[in-house]
Design a protein around this ligand. Structure first.
Ligand code: 0RQ
Length: 497
């Protein structure tokens, strides 16, 4: 191999206060796991001595606890972009301890290249193989690895034996040029390959290789429940009907689906619905349900940024690589989430909302308007550019005390101009071609929980006329009622007129 084998602690000692580190990975998949806990130890030692020690973290999407969790707990993160999911990180962000820049995932690599986030001092890349001339074979995700590897002053490789070398060849590594020299990204179908199976790095920049044998910190799924199953079925029925009407071509269109239990249930339902032909995915995360569907022949090809699957599922792919090699590709997030390609391919996007309003604006990130949940992730990349953009969510949260359908979202990530379809377990609101007033009717009648239908109609009745009727003093009154009385059903509109 020709590189120094160093310990994780030795590698971490190269990271100084004020550095920006760039990490491979996208979700816990493919994220380094050995060096970052050692950085946390250095931070604790320095803090005990009264010295400052904080770093910036630039990566593809969320990481595992070994990065966002451990480093947030020891207050070692000054700056972080983009998406995260860690509860301790979330707590620190909402306490105002971390500067968190929640940008669209497709933009992360280019904004690092444009210099918007400062220098990348050190890149840490997880690999299943590295060659003496600097060919780095990534593990379970593309993320922003090619960009940070090129820009960083120094590189640390975590060579992780838990990822089989069978994974070599699953990646298609491609980095676009920057304006004004940018050209089209020549992907015309999900299975097109346009790059290299490895990240080429300058071997002189490699400080050393840390040998690791640690699986991804994958999240497991809770079993689907009747609500998620019903949402999944509603999505499948809607898509089948759109195909029958000829809106979706008979050969179907590539799908994108977000993370989480709802997304997994949706994919399960689509797989079972035999009126929908075998389809392709052009997505950013691929979960266990899709791997099963590939095995069953229901999914013909999966283009993704990461294999965000359970460790058993990942191992089963490595073990059966001859079957999967021509059915899967992993791409950098700049390509998996590229607006250009999403629009060209006619991707159907399916993402999860925290809340939606009666006009079709969607909040995917903030609880009650101020507290960050996870982040926008790739949901904006796909929603804005999809052929059909779908949002799903249960109609109520917290045993019915919170309605997911509200008069006005308390934070907006996806606007009424981009959102085509809202689906809850109650039903489907098709917003395409509708005015705001028509949309309100569809959303309240088809998606709101029965406990909230009259409440929402009462709001509409008290709104002043206009293109988008609202009663501004009352627009966030359901959120205010939740804060004051703990249950949105206790709203008294008279207090807000
Ligand atoms: O709370 O955790 O205390 O039980 O929010 O909600 O219903 O379990 O749904 O896990 O799929 O998460 C939008 C956050 C949904 C996620 C979001 C509470 C609810 C529960 C979680 P508990 P569920 P999920 C691909 C695309 C944005 C990014 C994205 C997400 C918790 O899907 O981060 O889509 N999406 N990226 O009780 C208060 C409300 C609530 C509420 C739900 N209205 N008010 N709490 N909850 N609605 C991924 C990538 O880009 C990598």
């Amino acid at each position: 191999m020709g590189f120094n084998i160093i310990s994780a602690a030795e590698a971490a000692s190269c990271i100084k206060h004020g550095y920006n580190i760039g990490l491979s990975g996208f979700t816990p998949a493919g994220t380094p796991k050995a060096v970052t806990p050692e950085i946390a130890k250095i931070a604790e030692e320095e803090h005990a001595k009264g010295n400052p020690f904080q770093i910036g973290i630039l990566t593809g999407a969320s990481t595992g606890d070994a990065t966002d969790g451990i480093l947030a707990r020891v207050k070692a993160i000054r700056y972080r972009a983009p998406y995260t999911t860690n509860p301790d990180f979330r707590k620190a962000v909402n306490n105002g301890e971390i500067a968190y820049n929640d940008i669209h995932l497709s933009q992360m690599a280019q904004e690092v290249r444009y210099g918007f986030m400062g220098k990348v001092n050190v890149a840490i890349l997880e690999a299943c193989e590295i060659t003496p001339d600097g060919k780095v074979y990534l593990t379970a995700a593309g993320g922003i690895a090619p960009t940070i590897a090129r820009l960083a002053d120094k590189i640390i490789i975590e060579l992780n034996a838990a990822h089989s070398k069978n994974g070599m060849g699953l990646h298609d590594v491609y980095e676009p040029l920057d304006p004004p020299y940018r050209r089209e990204i020549p992907i015309f179908k999900p299975s097109d390959r346009i790059g290299l199976p490895y990240v080429q790095v300058d071997p002189k920049k490699i400080i050393g290789v840390v040998e690791v044998n640690t699986p991804d910190q994958a999240r497991s799924f809770t079993a689907p429940d009747p609500i998620t199953d019903q949402i999944g079925q509603n999505v499948a029925d809607f898509l089948a009907a759109d195909m029958k009407r000829g809106i979706i071509p008979a050969g179907f269109l590539p799908l994108q689906s977000g993370v989480g239990n709802i997304a997994n249930a949706v994919l399960g339902a689509l797989g079972r619905d035999k009126t929908i032909p075998a389809f392709e995915m052009y997505t950013e995360v691929l979960q266990d349900a899709v791997v099963d569907l590939i095995r069953q022949g229901r999914v013909k090809f999966g283009s993704t940024c990461s294999l965000t699957v359970t460790n058993e599922c990942l191992q089963s792919i490595y073990d059966d690589i001859d079957f999967f090699r021509d059915k899967l590709v992993m791409r950098p997030s700049e390509i998996s989430n590229s607006p250009e390609i999403i629009r060209r391919l006619g991707v159907i996007s399916i993402n999860t909302a925290i809340e939606a309003d009666i006009y079709g604006n969607v909040n995917s990130t903030h609880i009650s308007g101020t507290k960050m949940m996870n982040g926008i992730g790739g949901s904006g990349d796909f929603t804005r550019n999809a052929y059909i953009s779908i949002f799903t969510c249960p109609s109520v949260a917290k045993e019915g005390r919170i309605s997911a359908i509200v008069p006005m979202v308390s934070h907006e990530d996806h606007s009424e101009h981009d959102v085509n379809i809202i689906i809850t377990e109650q039903g489907v609101a098709d917003l395409r071609g509708k005015s705001p007033v028509e949309r309100a009717k569809a959303i309240i009648e088809n998606c709101a929980h029965p406990d909230y239908k009259n409440i929402l109609w009462d709001y509409v009745k008290m709104s002043s006329k206009g293109q988008t009727p609202h009663c501004i003093p009352a627009a966030l009154a359901m959120h205010d009622t939740l804060a004051k009385k703990g249950d949105m059903r206790l709203i008294d509109w008279a207090e807000y007129k």
